[in-house]
Design a protein around this ligand. Structure first.
Ligand code: ARG
Ligand code: ZN
Length: 858
């Protein structure tokens, strides 16, 4: 059964106010709900409710009897109700038994909740859909010794002691919200407190709640929160709207974090950090996710989604906002490259496989499976492309119209785009095709130069490949930033190209652009899709020599990096086809020179050393041989390592920055150092192992220590085994660091290593971070081993998924997406992937997991 966008109907009742009363006990929590209901139109009164033990139902104070309502596994239905009434229920739930981590559950002995998308129906009966918005009043009581801190949305009200060692607290949220934004936490925490004064002069109390003894590790999250609040004021004029903002860290969490109104709940991996235990990537991720959840307060909470088909309305937009936040705080080009790496690695792959779906899907089987790279990452790219299409000024005006007109509503993509039509005076209906069409458009660029007429002719075509259930594709408007390069580090001038730059809008299947240059001008080089202005795949028929020429003429850092990516891709395929041939020395030299040339921007230089990942190479050719590709990639990397070894020794002999600060500047220096550590490992020799081990022993921060460990793992040696043991001994009491220990081994090892790790006493099927540290690290980053032709990788992951699914379907379903590229594999690995998927299907799976397997096999 699937839900369809076209079947949307408004809920026929309004529930202006609701009171929730929790009596918290891990195995039997009593929930009383009292709502004021008002009829808006004809229809039955239907509430969602799953796994609830029903004690009592009252309508206007009168207890209902069995014949007054109907109930099945998922709903409670009253055929006839008055036009205005009070409705009360009392149910009992068992948070301790909630291993799916959706609804109210226990993590580390504390209560916490996760309601998006449909967790609230596991707490009480309610129309659990985002377009029903209410003012929530919450009261809870609990054992005071075990649960001294009681939190919910909004601002605190009354609190006090009760008999039998219990106490209570009340919370009030004045902003109407849908149920998916409800949150409750109760337990014993340490708190890192601070405050913020908004641009309106309002005082906000801030708190980050963490495990006992870890308050100092909440400091960076707090700094990030204050930076986010300030940034949203300055960039979008958005201030916070309550007197309290709290973040709670929990160890068992299915995703990154959740934007519950005034009470964000976070996976502890994205809260806790200190210089000893966290990497630069951790600090960066915390900053970006704290920002993301905070930005949801306006794009998600105050303006929410009418239905889950509109998920990209809040997610794509909020990812765009967090990317801009990171770009403003750190390096814009480096941020752009990282965002595109992520997009290509995950979203392009999704778009090219059996799970492809539009940014706004027309139907879904399981809503949990819609929190995808396409909705988030491609959704963000579309907003970025919109800014290029209509310009920053119209975009900013459109955003203000959106905030003004739609505040307090549950909206749609159409509502959102109407604001930019107003702001830009343009019809954006063709742009919205992007939202309805799956697949990554391919843009072919062909140029020819007419010497006599000094004219460059650019021929562009676009084509979007067929995707499941969508064979016909329409052209979409593709805004391509372009420049004419003069080959001397500057631009050529031409009619209509201010500073030699323009935006070409490719909005038909084909387009021809003629650029007239001044008489006698030399042939310019074309730089296109600068800053990755549109989420497309560019195809240009350029040879290595031309690409190298282009790379040295480029003025856009993104494209400099991308030219080397293109060159490396081509080279890896050549090495795959010709296993005897040595890597192209000229290319290797050019990459090495570019790295050296950019040493003053070490974060960027580090990115230049990164060759395209196997997952990206999957998209270039079918059938794909991951083992062969991995070998070819390793040969190119080995050659690059040899060429850069003198530089590596020099860079690594310099001292690492002290005292440690998680800022972009220091992180950049460490990024180049870790890139050099990685290249040292690529040599693969015993000598390299010794060097890495000594760097490992001396490493003064987690970024470099972990890089050494990662690089050591593939080199069979005494040093490797010692490092693995020493790291474990040092960090065995810090689960987030031990997650990394699992992840580097699974990410660099063989199927047998993943298998061994999944049998380790610290492996824990009930903790999603730990499961992902083995299963996702192996299946999503170690593709050559995951897709090993003997099927060993598929088997390990299949087994973990099968076990995980019994307790946590959302986790299992997410891990299953690692099979999404199976149809592209060479025949032997392909048969093994298919057999694994079929075995899982036939063994019986949860609804979430079955939804993925069925689509993957279709
Ligand atoms: N809204 C949250 C965020 O993006 C993620 C919630 C994930 N929920 C889910 N069912 N997958 O920040
Ligand atoms: Zn989000």
């Amino acid at each position: 059964v699937s839900v369809k966008l076209e079947n949307y109907t408004p809920y026929p009742f309004a529930i202006d106010n609701v009171s929730l009363d929790f009596s918290l006990e891990p195995e039997a929590t009593r929930v009383r709900t009292r709502m004021q209901v008002r009829r808006l139109g004809p229809g039955e009164f239907v509430l969602d409710g799953v796994g609830l033990l029903l004690n009592s139902i009252k309508l206007n104070g009168d207890e209902l009897s069995l014949e007054d309502y109907e109930r099945d596994d998922e709903t409670l239905r009253l055929r006839s109700v008055p036009d205005a009434f009070t409705f009360e229920t009392e149910v009992v739930i068992n948070p301790a038994a909630n291993t799916a981590l959706s609804g109210l559950y226990i993590s580390g002995g504390r209560f916490c909740s996760q309601c998006e998308a449909t967790g609230f129906r596991h707490i009480t009966f309610w129309p659990d859909r985002p377009d029903v918005m209410s003012r929530f009043h919450v009261r809870m009581d609990a054992d005071k010794a075990r649960y001294p801190i009681l939190l919910s949305n909004g601002t605190p009200g009354d609190s006090g002691d009760l008999p039998d060692g219990r106490h209570y607290a009340e919370w009030d949220d004045p902003h109407p919200k849908p149920s998916y934004l409800f949150a409750l936490c109760a337990g014993d925490y340490d708190v890192w407190r601070d405050s913020f004064t908004t641009m309106n002069g309002d005082h906000v109390d801030l708190g980050v709640y963490v495990d006992k003894g870890q308050a100092d590790r909440a400091q960076w999250a707090m700094e990030s929160l204050k930076a986010s609040m300030k940034w949203d004021e300055e960039r979008f004029g958005r201030a916070y709207d309550l007197g309290v903002f709290n973040i709670v860290a929990v160890r068992d969490f299915n995703f990154g974090a959740m934007e519950n109104k005034g009470l964000n709940i976070f996976n502890s991996a994205y809260v806790l950090a200190n210089p000893e235990s966290a990497t630069d990537a951790d600090f960066e991720a915390i900053e970006s996710i704290v920002g993301h959840e905070y930005f949801h307060n306006w794009t998600g909470n105050r303006i929410t989604c009418r239905d889950w088909f509109q998920l990209c309305l809040k997610e794509g937009l909020t990812v765009f906002r967090d990317q801009e936040f990171s770009s403003d705080l750190r390096s814009r080009p480096v941020q752009r490259i990282k965002d595109v790496m992520r997009l290509r690695g995950r979203q392009f792959a999704e778009d090219a496989g059996p799970l492809a779906h539009p940014v706004r899907p027309q139907s879904y089987g399981s809503i949990d499976n819609l929190y995808t790279a396409t909705v988030y990452e491609k959704g963000a790219e579309l907003i970025r492309a919109l800014t290029v299409l209509i310009g920053d000024e119209a975009f900013n005006r459109g955003m203000q119209i959106y905030f003004d007109e739609f505040d307090g509503t549950a909206s749609t993509i159409e509502d959102f785009y109407s604001c930019f039509e107003k702001a830009s005076g343009r019809d954006l209906s063709q742009f919205r095709i992007w939202y309805a069409q799956a697949g990554t458009p391919e843009v072919t660029v062909d140029e020819s130069w007419d010497e006599k007429k000094s004219t460059l002719t650019i021929k562009l075509t676009q084509k979007t490949p067929a995707t499941p259930k969508q064979s016909e594709k329409k052209p979409v408007p593709i805004p391509l930033r372009a420049a004419l390069l003069d080959g001397r580090g500057g631009h050529c001038t031409a009619d209509g190209w201010e500073n030699g730059e323009t935006v070409i809008i490719l909005d038909e299947a084909k387009k021809k652009v003629e650029v007239k240059l001044p008489e006698g001008a030399a042939r310019p080089l074309l730089s296109i899709n600068r800053e990755f202005s549109a989420p497309v795949r560019i195809k240009r028929d350029l040879g290595t020599a031309q690409l190298l020429e282009l790379a040295s003429a480029e003025t856009d850092p993104f494209n400099i990096w991308d030219n080397f990516q293109t060159l490396s891709k081509t080279e890896i395929f050549r090495l795959l086809d010709d296993p005897q041939s040595p890597p192209d020395a000229e290319l290797v030299r050019a990459i090495a020179d570019a790295v050296r040339h950019n040493e003053s921007d070490p974060a960027f230089a580090a990115l230049l050393t990164a060759l395209p990942e196997i997952g990206e190479l999957f998209q270039e050719r079918e059938p794909v041989d991951p083992t062969g590709l991995n070998e070819a990639r390793k040969r190119l990397r080995h050659a690059l390592a040899e060429t850069l070894m003198v530089d590596a020794s020099r860079i690594l002999s310099e001292p690492t920055p002290t005292p440690f600060a998680p800022n972009a500047e220091q992180a950049g220096i460490r990024a180049l150092r870790t890139a050099m550590i990685g290249l040292t490992g690529a040599l693969g020799t015993q000598d390299a192992a010794r060097q890495l081990k000594s760097l490992f022993d001396q490493a003064a921060n987690m970024t470099e220590k972990l890089a050494c460990l990662r690089s050591l793992i593939p080199i069979e040696s005494m040093e490797r085994d010692e490092a693995i043991e020493a790291f474990y001994a040092d960090w065995k009491d810090n689960p987030l660091v031990i997650d990394k220990w699992f992840a580097v081994q699974a990410g660099q090892g063989k199927a047998a290593d993943a298998e061994r790790l999944s049998q380790h006493p610290d492996f824990d099927l009930s903790n999603p971070n730990r499961v992902r540290s083995v299963a996702a690290a192996f299946a999503m980053t170690n593709l050559a081993e995951f897709h090993a032709p003997d099927g060993s990788g598929h088997k390990v992951i299949g087994d973990i998924i099968e076990e995980a699914d019994k307790r946590n379907p959302a986790l299992a379903a997410r891990l299953l997406t690692s099979f999404e590229q199976w149809k592209k594999l060479e025949p032997v690995a392909k048969a093994s992937a298919k057999a694994t998927l079929e075995r899982l299907r036939d063994g019986g799976l949860s609804k979430n997991a079955m939804d993925i397997v069925a689509r993957a096999l279709d």
